[in-house]
Design a protein around this ligand. Structure first.
Ligand SMILES: [Zn+2]
Ligand SMILES: [Zn+2]
Length: 232
């Protein structure tokens, strides 16, 4: 079952506290919106959290210094903490349309506020076809669709293809993730020097993002950015 977007009905109550104070077009009330957790400064390349005193200038994490990832920059809107993680889980497993739409809207707002625009060609991280059949939709594609609409950006939903069913990345330690994912993505066409922005709900180890950026660059992309709603 695939839902279609435009006739989506928004809740009339705040998705978090249930207050009815909200404009019907707003999914969160103003106090709940102000209370969302803020992302702390991290590695300027992959946004990995850094410990200790973080100077204001750009600083790289040890992993990015040792082996620079294939993507050019990661931009995430929020830390993977409650209630941000709840929106993701509700969207992914309960197919909660209001949560999915909210994720796209919050991302668009934070991207605009931080001058990360204008956007390039947007494309979602693909789900494996069998998981797509189980779930009926790809959460990242739904987020990308909302973003493309709100930011007036071009969207190519099927630029990247997922080939082999891998063991879920979440179940593996960081080191095994890179190995598990190698070679499972391919690109559906030649990319003529385009700047591509890959959309995903959450970035954890960065292994998926790195592998996708690698294949996109091999296919001809000049630059690959990763935009995620949350950074673990
Ligand atoms: Zn509220
Ligand atoms: Zn890094």
């Amino acid at each position: 079952m695939i839902f279609k977007g435009p006739h989506l009905r928004l809740p009339e109550r705040c998705l978090l506290c249930g207050s009815t104070c909200c404009d019907t077009r707003q999914a969160l009330c103003t106090p709940c919106l102000a209370d969302l957790p803020q992302l702390k400064a991290g590695c300027s390349h992959c946004l990995a959290p850094l410990t200790g005193h973080i100077p204001s200038q750009k600083i790289l994490c040890g992993r990015c210094i040792k082996s620079p990832p294939a993507f050019d920059q990661v931009i995430s809107s929020y830390p993977y903490a409650r209630p941000i993680s709840d929106f993701i889980l509700r969207g992914k497993f309960n197919q909660d349309l209001a949560s999915l739409k909210l994720i796209g809207e919050l991302m668009a707002t934070s991207l605009s506020a931080n001058n990360h625009l204008p956007p390039s060609l947007l494309t979602p991280v693909p789900l494996h076809p069998s998981r797509y059949r189980e779930r009926g939709f790809n959460q990242s594609a739904e987020i990308a669709r909302t973003l493309a609409k709100l930011l007036n950006a071009p969207l190519e939903k099927h630029l990247i293809k997922r080939n082999i069913h891998s063991v879920p990345q979440m179940s593996l330690p960081a080191k095994a993730r890179q190995k598990n994912i190698r070679g499972i993505f391919s690109v559906n066409r030649h990319i003529n020097g385009e700047h591509i922005t890959v959309i995903d709900d959450v970035m954890t180890s960065g292994a998926t993002a790195n592998e996708i950026a690698r294949v996109l660059k091999k296919a001809g992309a000049s630059r690959v950015d990763i935009w995620t709603f949350a950074r673990a």
